[in-house]
Design a protein around this ligand. Structure first.
Ligand code: URA
Ligand code: SF4
Length: 296
């Protein structure tokens, strides 16, 4: 992959170094490497969510392989739990509230009705503390769909997802791939939405009831956008879309599916701001998603 000056600058911003193979004949196709040291690969287990299967389970080389095909692809934290080499079921989130239809007819709504329904939604307690609902931003038929967690203070004020510090990092990550959320700038690039549309008070985590109540809106957004790949950032996006409570470190590095759409799991930008040593892994995840797009 050729990295432009601008992309190189973005990668630097993300804390990712350009990498050259240490030996001239190393079988490398990637100019990038995570800051972290290579470690054991993640499991190549498909996720048995109802109605979904792994599109193309990743089978990274064993840790002992001398020349991994794609350096920097997978590097679990040194203290990560050992991962099984065989498929195993993912624990499902307990259904704590009916995952239904908060206002009726959501599954059949078009963009305008959906946005309106969210703007007026009182289906969970988060409606009480919000300044504005935060619906989503980007191209309505984007190829990439990024799913975050919940609006924070800035998002609650501005009504747009990821406009605070996490958003700056997300924009840098997208820019490193040559992508933008601006719908006018380049066609069909990115649509960004959150798992819940209203800010939890004090930025607390959304609770399972709130997640369940808000979920149909996200599901409908995905159905309308029809993305070619979903990037699920952080554990709440993963809980909603994959019904999994597994840590991100165990789900990333392979391709899952959400209702037929390839889904790649990665760290939430807020986590990356606190744990910059994992930015390299996040970059690997973006590259995996890009590969999915290139193949699809
Ligand atoms: N974090 C998120 O998950 N979403 C936002 O919109 C902002 C921060
Ligand atoms: Fe409605 Fe979602 Fe806001 Fe709850 S978080 S009030 S379900 S829009």
């Amino acid at each position: 992959m050729v990295v432009s000056e601008r992309q190189a600058a973005m990668l630097k911003e993300m804390g990712i170094r350009l990498w050259r193979p240490p030996v001239p004949d190393a079988a490398s196709t990637s100019p990038l490497q995570a800051d972290a040291v290579e470690a054991a690969p993640a499991a190549a287990a498909p996720v048995p969510r109802a109605g979904t299967e792994a599109l193309r389970p990743m089978t990274p080389p064993a840790a002992s392989d001398a020349a991994p095909a794609r350096p920097g692809r997978e590097a679990p934290a040194p203290d990560a739990e050992p991962v099984a080499a065989v498929s195993r079921p993912v624990r499902l989130r307990e259904p704590v509230a009916p995952v239904g239809d908060p206002v009726g007819g959501v599954a059949g709504m078009g963009w305008e009705a959906l946005e309106d329904a969210v703007a007026n939604c009182t289906a969970c307690a988060l409606c009480e503390g919000r300044t504005r609902t935060v619906f989503g931003v980007g191209h309505a038929s984007a190829h990439w769909m990024v799913v975050g967690e919940a609006p924070g203070e800035q998002e609650d004020r501005q009504g747009e997802p990821f406009v605070g510090k996490s958003g700056q990092l997300l924009d840098n990550m997208l820019a490193a791939l040559g992508l933008t959320r601006q719908p006018a700038e380049a066609a069909r690039q990115v649509y960004i939405a959150n798992t819940v549309k209203c800010r939890p008070p004090g930025n607390r985590n959304p609770d399972p009831t709130e997640l369940a109540r808000c979920e149909p809106y996200l599901v409908r957004q995905i159905a309308l956008v029809k993305p070619r790949v979903i990037l699920a950032m952080g554990r709440f996006a993963v809980q909603s879309l994959l019904r999994s409570n597994e840590p991100i470190g165990r789900l990333r590095g392979r391709v899952h599916q959400f209702e037929g759409v390839p889904l790649v799991v990665t760290y939430h930008p807020a986590y990356l701001l606190r744990n910059p040593e994992d930015k390299g892994r996040a970059w690997d995840d973006l590259c995996l998603a890009r590969e999915v797009l290139a193949q699809g």
